[in-house]
Design a protein. Structure first.
Length: 133
């Protein structure tokens, strides 16, 4: 699914994509590749190819999944490029890139969520307090 984000851009493509939870991982055919994993394994993930054009930033989004049995990709499947989760992700991505949406909790692995108990430091109890109180 392709969309064009018109100029002027609020920041560099790397900064904009990082705001949306994407990580840069390569340059392919003159376009910068970014991905956003859905969980800790590398697949499934959203994969975005970004190119700067004269009239704006072109975003080409698809969904990458890997069949764990045959080890084949899904690039020949139409659902990887449109519909359902791809439409939702493109809508979310464009809203963040255009500054219309505040970035909330992004589903991205390797980012530990801070629990409320971790925020408030607890006072350490002495051995005496543990045993006799």
């Amino acid at each position: 699914m392709r969309r064009l984000l018109p100029h002027p851009l609020q920041a560099s493509p790397d900064t904009l994509m990082a705001r949306a939870g994407y990580v840069r991982h390569c340059v392919e055919a003159g376009r910068t590749c970014y991905h956003r994993r859905l969980n800790d394994p590398p697949f499934p993930r959203f994969h975005v190819l970004v190119a700067i054009r004269e009239n704006g930033m072109e975003i080409d989004l698809h969904f990458d999944a890997l069949d764990s049995i045959t080890h084949k990709s899904n690039h020949d499947q139409p659902w990887a490029y449109e519909g359902g989760r791809v439409d939702e992700e493109m809508h979310r991505l464009l809203a963040i890139l255009m500054g219309e949406s505040v970035v909330g909790q992004t589903n991205h692995p390797n980012t530990a969520r801070a629990s409320s108990s971790a925020l408030a430091p607890k006072s350490k109890r002495t051995l005496f307090e543990i045993l006799f109180k």
